[in-house]
Every structure is written in C-alpha cells, then in structure tokens.
Design a protein around this ligand. Structure first.
Ligand code: ZN
Length: 354
C-alpha cells in the first residue's frame, strides 16, 4: 500500500464495464492488466476515491478521419460531434449509473458511493474507496430537467453540463491545438435552469469541456465554488480544453478547484498525444496551477481510462511516483496532502455542505 492516499477528480472506468459487460468481474475485481484502473491496482496505489463519470460517446461515422492520429500531429482542429438527445443517451446513462452500483455491491465494502461530505470523510477514515457519481455531459437530462431529480436520487452529486459537443444546455469546446476556450455561444435558457437546479440540489457543477462564454455564465449564475475536474493551464499548453489565467483567477476567487489532467494532449507544450514526455510537462502544469490558484485549490483529475497518459505514470500505480516527483520538486508534505486529497474534501464540503 502506498503511503499517500489520494482523491481523483475524473475517470472513465465505467466505459470499460459498458463495453465489455461479460468480463466485468475480471475487469473490476481482479484486473485484466489493461487500462488504468481496477480494484487491486487502486488499492496498491493508494486511490482513496474519485469521480466516476457517466459519459455517453458519440456514434462513429463510417467515413470519419483518424482523429487520434490527428491529435498526435498538431496543429489540429477536430469537428464537434452532432448534438445527442435525451432519448438517444438516457438508457446508456442509466446503465452506467447501474454499473457503479454493481461495483459497490460486488466489492463487498471496498467501495462506497458517497452522497455527503460526512460519508466521504468516513470512507477516508476507514480506507474504503469513496466513489462520487459524476455525469460528463448532461444529454441524458432532458430540457425539462426531471431526470436530474431521478439521477440525484440514484446518487449523482457532480455534473458537467457539456462534454466536447453541443447540447440543449450549452456548448463544449472542440478539440483544437493551438486554440483558446472562447469557441462559441454561452449557456441556453435550459442551461441556466440546469445550473439553478444543480445549486438547489447541491450537485457540483464541472466546467471542464465548457467553452469560455458558458464558463462565464456559470460563474455569474452559480452560488457554488467553480470547479474544473480535469483541465490544465492554457499558458503552458494552449489547448481549447485548458484554462486561461483569467479563468484560474476566477476559480480561485470563488473558492473552487482544478484537477490536474494527465492526458498528454493537455500536458505537453507541443500539444502532441505521444506518451514519451517524462515528468517535465506534468511539473510545469503543477507549478503554474499552484502559482495562479494557490495551495488550496489544486488537486488531481487523472482522466484514467479516458485518455493517453505519460509513460512515467502509465496507470494508477504510477501516482505514487508522481507524488515522489512532487517531493523531489520541493513540495512539502502539507502541500502534497492538500493536493492529493484534502483540497478535494474541503471543496466538496463547501459545495455539498457538511
Ligand atoms: Zn473529459
């Protein structure tokens, strides 16, 4: 067991269960050696908890170019996928919420879905993995918002109004490098209603993937701290998905939080996807985010099982090596504990209430 337990702002593990349902016991309980996460590796690494995303991917087009290859040879500007309706996405979203509930049952006490900050603290105390049910892109919530109340009752406590796709609520940024996050219009009226409903239910609102006008709309409407669960510094890597210094200042001002994303396309200064980048880009982003956000507003937001990540991290068992890099980089133990877990705990206390 690693000596520094950590919380994590974003993973796509539920997608792996969705894609191979027959193998789920192997995938989750034993591990099949693929991907970034499974229960044994999480325990080894000190994964104390994190946000598990319900995310419905867009259908592939028959004549679609190789977007993954394009993202390894910048500049690139990927088109936004088509809008998806609640009818198209709701059954998959429901299935994925069910997968997380299955994980809780199958792990026999090793993982618990947390609905309150008190439950989160109790899990950390007991060494139980604390799962937060998150939805990345609110397509499965129709514009009448009724499904939001249903998912909240299932345990949903965090929601990103958009993934990188237009929705009835607002617009995600296209994957573009170089590019800035000001890529289109802000929230729709339904999007503003969604923000108010999340505030009322104390569902955390995630700004990762939202364009700059949408970010500004949430900032002026929401009564909660501003959070980007898995985004990096635009000043270091000028991707549409990263946060400008102005956005970082607004997040800090609101008492919010940024989770460091390990995806190489958002870490490398050249914007490439290749994973042979060493620690340098990781530490550059951490230093810049720390400089702009201060010690209390930065954490991890891995994007495990959703992105290509540096070879030096490789999977969840590489996080202790990241923490060692922080030590070698003269980050003190108090600061490391804040980044690794305490800041996420405090942020969720501020957002959800005690
Ligand atoms: Zn994402």
């Amino acid at each position: 067991m690693a000596d520094t337990p950590f919380l994590d702002g974003h993973n796509d593990f539920l997608l792996r269960l969705l894609r191979a349902p027959a193998a789920r016991e192997q995938t989750w309980l034993k591990g099949d050696g693929t991907g970034h996460l499974d229960l044994p590796r999480m325990r080894d690494a000190g994964f104390a908890g994190g946000f598990f995303a319900i995310y419905v991917s867009s259908p592939h087009e028959a004549d679609e170019p190789d977007y993954q290859a394009m993202m390894d040879s910048p500049p690139y500007d990927l088109p936004l996928p088509a809008l998806m309706s609640a009818e198209q996405t709701q059954s998959t979203a429901l299935q994925m919420a069910g997968h997380l509930m299955w994980m809780e049952r199958a792990s026999q006490g090793a993982l618990k879905i947390c609905r309150t900050a008190a439950e989160l603290r109790a899990c950390l105390e007991a060494g139980t993995i604390a799962a937060v049910m998150h939805m990345e892109g609110a397509e499965a919530i129709g514009p009448d918002l009724d499904a939001l109340y249903a998912f909240h009752a299932m345990g949903l406590r965090s929601l990103g109004p958009v993934w990188s796709r237009p929705t009835v609520f607002g617009h995600g940024v296209p994957f573009r490098f170089p590019g800035d996050p000001d890529t289109g219009p802000g929230l729709t009226d339904a999007g503003k209603d969604l923000v108010r409903a999340c505030n009322e239910l104390k569902i955390m609102i995630d700004l990762s993937h939202l364009n700059e006008k949408g970010f500004n709309d949430v900032a002026s409407l929401s009564d909660a701290p501003l959070v980007a669960t898995h985004s990096n510094a635009h000043a270091v890597t000028p991707s549409t998905r990263n946060l400008t210094d102005r956005q970082l200042a607004m997040i800090r001002e609101s008492g919010g939080m940024v989770g460091l994303n390990y995806a190489t396309v958002f870490l490398r200064e050249d914007g490439r996807k290749s994973t042979d980048c060493g620690w340098d880009p990781v530490m550059r982003h951490l230093d810049h985010l720390l400089d702009k956000l201060g010690e209390d507003h930065l954490g991890f937001g891995s994007d495990f099982d959703g992105a290509d990540i540096p070879d030096v991290i490789a999977d969840v068992t590489g996080v202790p090596a990241l923490i060692n890099q922080m030590r070698e980089h003269q980050y003190g133990e108090d600061l490391i504990a804040k980044i690794a877990r305490n800041n996420w705990v405090s942020l969720l206390e501020r957002t959800w209430g005690e």
